[in-house]
Design a protein around this ligand. Sequence first.
Ligand code: HSE
Length: 308
Amino acid sequence: MDSVRVFAPASVANVSCGYDVLGFAVHRPGDEVFMSLNSSGRVSLDMIEGDDGRLPREPEKNTVSAVVINYLKHIGVKQGIGIKLYKKMPFGSGLGSSAASAVGGLVGVNELMGSPLSRMQLLPFAMEGENLACGNAHADNVAPSLLGGMVLIRSYSPLDVITLPVPGSLCCGLVYPHVEVPTMAARQIIRTNVPMAAAIRQWGNVGGIVAGLFMNDTGLIGRSMEDFVVEPVRKMLIPHFDEMRSLALKNGALGFGISGSGPTVFALCTDKEIAVKVTVILENRLKDHGLESTCFVSDINTEGATFI
Ligand code: HSE
């Protein structure tokens, strides 16, 4: 095999209460990465489509190629590879755009090299991509995009990552209001000390989501989707957040929150019909406020990155 094309999905990190420790993948949007072997002896980023020229073109600076360079160094192979990146999702949106690019690159190069590493073994390389993109090597976007499903990062050191079961009918509405929130800035505003009372409620909720997933108890999942630590600060960056939240819950969403570092918001619903209804209501309300948005509805993607 001398070329491969990979689809790497977007992801919803944090899932309200699980800052940096919970995330799930969706079916759309996502990035596509095409890679082919060549005899140049180096990794080149030959084309990026769909970014309006805004992403770095130097192979060492773009997550899609930087992770490939590190991977090849790690396995000790000097191989020429040309990469084409098709950005099919907005970046700076909270949908794990840089994570999807890194995952696409890694899954592609690993396949071209004969799959010496498992998906789990690719995870630390993908996390380094996040470090490059926003200065922190968190895994709650890259792990779901790579492994699929709902993922818990129980520990970063040592890395301990668990894929959780997901009730089949769960469906997610995503609304991306057209304002940009860079992840690095959205991380810097978070307070570093958490009052004990907030911490107690927060870890109760993380446990509640995990228990709800195992018990197939959507009510428990929904009432656990409350964030007492990050959302109260970050929601200030997202226009009409409180109004969207109450509209989503009033119209049947199980839970509502910020997708990753925002500004995309997500509504987790028991089925697709409710997710579509809630998404349209939120989109129209933002329009009433003079704000355009891009919306997606997807059930939870349990496969992660796939070959096209
Ligand atoms: N957990 C991360 C955050 C996800 O909320 O900053 C965004 O990359």
